[in-house]
Write a protein that binds this ligand. Sequence first.
Ligand SMILES: NC(=O)c1ccc[n+]([C@@H]2O[C@H](COP(=O)([O-])OP(=O)(O)OC[C@H]3O[C@@H](n4cnc5c(N)ncnc54)[C@H](O)[C@@H]3O)[C@@H](O)[C@H]2O)c1
Ligand SMILES: O=c1ccn([C@@H]2O[C@H](COP(=O)(O)OP(=O)(O)O[C@H]3O[C@H](CO)[C@@H](O)[C@H](O)[C@H]3O)[C@@H](O)[C@H]2O)c(=O)[nH]1
Length: 451
Amino acid sequence: MKISVIGCGYLGAVHAATLASMGHDVVGVDTDAEKVGHLARGFAPFFEPGLEDLLRDGRATGRLAFTTDMDLVADCDVHFLCVGTPQSKTSELADLAYLEAATRSLAERARAGSVVVGKSTVPVGTVQRVRGWLVGAGAELAWNPEFLRQGTAVKDSLVPDRLVYGVDDADLAPGAQAASAVVRALDEVYAPLLHAGVPRIVCNFATAELIKSAANAYLATKLSYINAMAELCDAAGADVTQLSAAMGLDPRIGQRYLAAGLGFGGGCLPKDIRSFRAQARELGVESVDAWMGLVDEININQRTRVAEIASELCGGSVSGRRVAVLGAAFKPDTDDIRDSPAIDVALRLAQAGAHVTVTDPKAINNAWMRYPQLQFETSVAAACDGAEIVLLVTEWAEFRAIDPIDLAERVSRPVMVDARNVLDGDAWRAAGWTFRGLGTGARRLSDVPAG
Ligand SMILES: NC(=O)c1ccc[n+]([C@@H]2O[C@H](COP(=O)([O-])OP(=O)(O)OC[C@H]3O[C@@H](n4cnc5c(N)ncnc54)[C@H](O)[C@@H]3O)[C@@H](O)[C@H]2O)c1
Ligand SMILES: O=c1ccn([C@@H]2O[C@H](COP(=O)(O)OP(=O)(O)O[C@H]3O[C@H](CO)[C@@H](O)[C@H](O)[C@H]3O)[C@@H](O)[C@H]2O)c(=O)[nH]1
């Protein structure tokens, strides 16, 4: 099939590359000429494991092209809308301006009978607006939300947990699905995945929109729940890592998304729960509004707690202290710093007067120009040179592997805050460090450093 992917960011670039790897002819369109330049040459404009291999394969086979020229989508059978839907600058609502611009531009070019498929995450009811922007184009519409995670996006796209097709009510009538042009088109797009047994859910538009929002809201809920338990553990002298491991052994609960720590960030969960909140308010469903508000509050409070712990371990204030921050990306295996808890903590400490040096294996290039109040170093050793306190805020594998004995020689005071609960506290204490996790039993005497 001939397919266009409109918007080639963290979602669209991966989607375009994986569709090409499935044998389709794909053209990716983006308004960002620099990004397109990279992609067209076979280079990923951001760090995503496995993406560059797919881009190069797509280029070599001639099945994958990138352009800024929307006219090149005119002969495509299927168009995927993958532009951003960030949080509005003035409210909790999703900003749909990029989606509107992309859809209107597509409407002028899409041929009659082609299928426009929304992949961006949108508030429930958006599809009706998109339909309005498409009027006159003669194209069909479907909504196919995406569930990939950054850092594992290629694998998640090639082996997804499920495919969701939001379609018109008429296509859901008994017997109508098999004849539906949009269902048939999506089945053809995803034929290798369906053949491999990936479950497919066909539902109405509102359900498809809500499946995506509700899934992210559930993940955020699970994370804030365990972080609230972490606070309780600290107050009670319990250990949240053991608590979550034991809870997770119950298959009804499961281990995943139960790692307590600094909480969630990134370009998705924070803005999606806020948009979900706003949707619930508009629909008059106060319980969801209140619930999401609490999830958000607990999450942000983790950042406050980490900054407070740092201050406490510096004798009540970080002002004038040399602080090393390990991590800038919102999670490991990505260079994305959108709403990064790591950067947030670093900025709070700098705001409080600390001299903050940040290191990250992949995200420094995205961060250093934007945050002149922070110093950046490319190695852990350089970032920690002379530090009076070290904070691990993104759990990159290379940070997990740090030898506490070696690092103790670099710092001026061996004090570690493991805000992701990934280090072996006993080993660090044995190496002479004052060591604090989050929810791991805070009130040990050895946790109060001298000086
Ligand atoms: N990042 C993820 O892991 C992920 C996963 C699932 C869903 N989503 C959703 O996918 C959407 C995109 O997210 P993202 O993280 O890829 O954002 P992003 O900011 O990385 O990418 C969006 C891209 O769209 C481009 N763009 C904006 N207007 C355009 C237009 N008119 N025509 C063509 N291109 C245009 C931008 O230049 C940018 O490259 C969002 O709705 C997000 O919630 C993201
Ligand atoms: O046990 C855990 C798991 C995750 N996190 C944090 O949660 C955030 C989100 O992580 P993750 O969900 O892995 O990353 P995303 O790439 O943002 O993916 C989410 O957001 C995407 C965009 O909507 C969805 O497609 C995915 O399904 C959904 O997992 C990160 O800051 C993680 O550090 C934790 O603190 N503890």
